[in-house]
Ligand binder design. Structure first.
Ligand code: S3P
Length: 182
């Protein structure tokens, strides 16, 4: 496994915030799949959805994950909330990195993303119903795609970073022991 930590989870779970701090703590590079896509398309995610549709964006995510996981070394990668739902993407992530699912409750997402206009899937009426439906469908998929699950609702960014760093170091040590044995 490459020395790469991947953060997955629902919109608003704190992947980017925790990811940046984790990268600082590990002295790793930080990459964000949404930012990568936006920089290359020279458009925001919302504009891509509006102009080309969701499937087009999902295809960009797959292209991006292939590229980034190929070059990622000593890197923390934060992923868009829908990215691990494609089996192909989830397989690439799990094969190449230590995948951490930041699990969050619907009520926390609702509170954090009140008034947000950047996320096309959470616009319009009945946002809490949309969050609940998406979470119910996605939670088992995120869990299956991860090496570690962390419930983050009550945790500070510092606690999240510490928890991930500790588990990641343990995993690296085990990996090293196995390599020495071979
Ligand atoms: C999406 C999550 C967003 C972004 C896009 C779709 C999703 O990223 O990729 O709006 O399907 O959950 P964040 O998880 O960073 O908000």
């Amino acid at each position: 496994m490459k020395k790469t930590v991947v953060l997955i989870g629902f919109m608003g779970c704190g992947k980017s915030t925790a990811g940046k701090e984790l990268a600082k703590a590990l002295k790793y590079r930080f990459l964000d799949t949404d930012s990568y896509i936006e920089d290359h398309a020279k458009m925001s995610v919302a504009e891509i959805f509006a102009q080309y549709g969701e499937q087009y964006f999902r295809n960009l995510e797959t292209e991006t994950v292939k590229k980034l996981m190929e070059i990622a070394e000593e890197t923390v990668v934060s992923t868009g909330g829908g990215l691990p739902l494609r089996e192909e993407n989830a397989d690439i992530l799990k094969k190449n990195g230590f995948v951490v699912y930041l699990r969050v409750k619907g009520s926390t997402v609702e509170e954090r993303l009140k008034g947000d206009t950047a996320r096309p899937l959470l616009q319009g009426d009945n946002v809490s119903g949309k969050i609940a439906d998406l979470l119910e469908y996605r939670d088992p998929i995120y869990e299956y795609g991860a090496h570690m699950v962390l419930d983050v609702d009550e945790k500070t960014v510092e606690e999240i970073v510490e928890d991930i760093a500790r588990n990641f170091k343990m995993m690296c040590e085990k990996d090293q022991e196995n390599n020495n044995r071979d």
